[in-house]
Write a protein that binds this ligand. Structure first.
Ligand code: COA
Length: 180
């Protein structure tokens, strides 16, 4: 368990899979993610089995203080030579959007990744129309690093994908800078 201020991060379990399938089949949630195909329980079970042996990523369940499982957050593509990883997050329970749970979970994971795991850099990609996510990442100290032009085709048109990143020393500054 990794303890945040209003969230805690725990390992995911096989029993969580039906919840993931529900979230990822909700078009309102899925529009912001890289996935675009309807997802079956069988696919999710296969993914979970692969995940157990995967040394290149780690996914955590996000729980509220009173134990409600509202989303997942993960680190992917660990690159130990360059000490970096890619962050992904979804709050699947939509009624929890915009209340500070996402930024708390991100700060909690960044503290673990850039502190305990001693990574130098965490990066992410976000659709250019996902204003809530972009604001949330900025609040957590991520900087915009570039636009991948027309990298996403969705709803009959192309969109840019934004690349954002945070360095170890920047997170220390932003934590002590009282942004939290
Ligand atoms: C993106 C996500 C993780 C953010 O978590 P969250 O708990 O909703 O975010 P927070 O409440 O911590 O922060 C959101 C910020 O965006 C602001 N915001 C909310 N809706 C907004 C909008 N439509 N436009 C601009 N800003 C918006 C909020 O006011 C808040 O900023 P503030 O604290 O300055 O007021 C969550 O909304 C989510 O999972 N969404 C669906 C999946 C997704 O987009 N995943 C990320 C893929 S890259």
């Amino acid at each position: 368990m990794i303890q945040g201020q209003k969230t805690k991060l725990r390992a995911i379990e096989r029993e969580d899979l039906p919840t993931f399938v529900r979230w990822f089949n909700d078009p309102e949630v899925r529009q912001y993610l890289a996935m675009y195909m309807p997802m079956s329980m069988a696919e999710e079970e296969k993914w979970f089995e692969r995940q157990l042996d995967d040394q290149n990523s780690r996914i955590f369940a996000i729980e509220t203080e009173d134990g409600v499982h509202i989303g997942n957050i993960g680190l992917h593509n660990f690159d130990w030579k360059n000490r970096r990883a890619v962050l992904g997050i979804v709050i699947g329970e939509k009624e929890y959007w915009g209340q500070g749970y996402g930024s708390d979970a991100i700060r909690t994971l960044l503290s673990f990744a850039l502190g305990e795991m001693n990574l130098h850099r965490v990066q992410l990609e976000v659709h250019d129309f996902n204003a809530r996510a972009i604001r949330c990442y900025e609040k957590c100290g991520f900087k915009l690093e570039g636009h991948l032009r027309d990298a996403l085709f969705q709803n009959s048109r192309y969109h840019d994908t934004l690349v954002m990143g945070i360095l170890q020393e920047e997170f220390k500054v932003s934590k002590s800078g009282g942004e939290r």
